[in-house]
Design a protein around this ligand. Sequence first.
Ligand code: PMV
Length: 317
Amino acid sequence: MKSKRANVNIALLKYWGKKDQKINLPHQTSVSVTADIFYTRTNVEIDEKLIRDKVMLDGKELTGLQYTRVVQHLSTMREYFKRKEFCVVTSVNNVYVRAGYASSASSFAALTAAYVDAIGAKVNEKELSQIARLGSGSATRSIHGGFVVWHQGHDHESSFAEKLPIEWPEFRMLFTIIDPSVKRISSRIGMQITIEKAPSYDIYVRQSNDLVAPMIDALMKHEIDTVGRIAERSAELMRNVMLEAGLEYHTPMTQKVIQSIRSIRSKHRIPVYYTFDAGPNLILLTLDKHVDQVMKLLPDVKIQVSGVGGGISDADL
Ligand code: PMV
């Protein structure tokens, strides 16, 4: 069966909070790198005889909240393209869901591309990223490969992701598996709680947006230390407002590994940095030539290494 493949992406500059929840307009411009080891493949078949959508994920028919989220995005796309027919969605996620990593970016990017393909609509990548955003914020960045900027924008038209003109094949992400359990509070809800409860949320938004130009500049110059330092600052700024709002996603083990990363950097002079999302796992950022040494210095941490991945592509399912 033919399908569309979308890779997961990791934000080097985070977004955390929406100014419009209906169309997922973020408060911040974010910058990400697409990974090549974790992805979703999705096929969509339009079926005029169906009276409701059918969604298969990893061989099982979806029900409940997960089903509702998929159907909501399908309904949004039907409205967008002025279509009526229901469809059968067949999707396969690879292992990262079970490792505790969020899957919404690759899932909604693949679903968007597969639906557009199924109805035969002609849509460019910019528009595809706008439509993917309606399903899940971070999905807007997974349309593209490489290094990507998501311009926050002020309405549907101006909020889209764009591939940056950066080739950096030596860049590596090391996905640690610190706690594989599913996170308790979803990003969607966590962001809202943060906006409502964190006293310095507005300052955070300004500080976060101030990092965009320096991050893109450092990526262009392949300066791993500057990229790493800014990525850590972005993640820690996000964590500060989460904590102000009473949200703790880290476990003691997360903090312990962060200490190890800092000591690898200072004692061994290896450029390795960390980032994290709304969960306990860290993603380490480094270069190809340092991967073996970093893994040797973290013998107790389960790690999966990823290079830089591509954008939406055709794949067999
Ligand atoms: O759009 P969501 O619900 O997948 O939220 C993603 C939020 C973070 O992963 C924490 C940050 C980011 O920019 O990806």
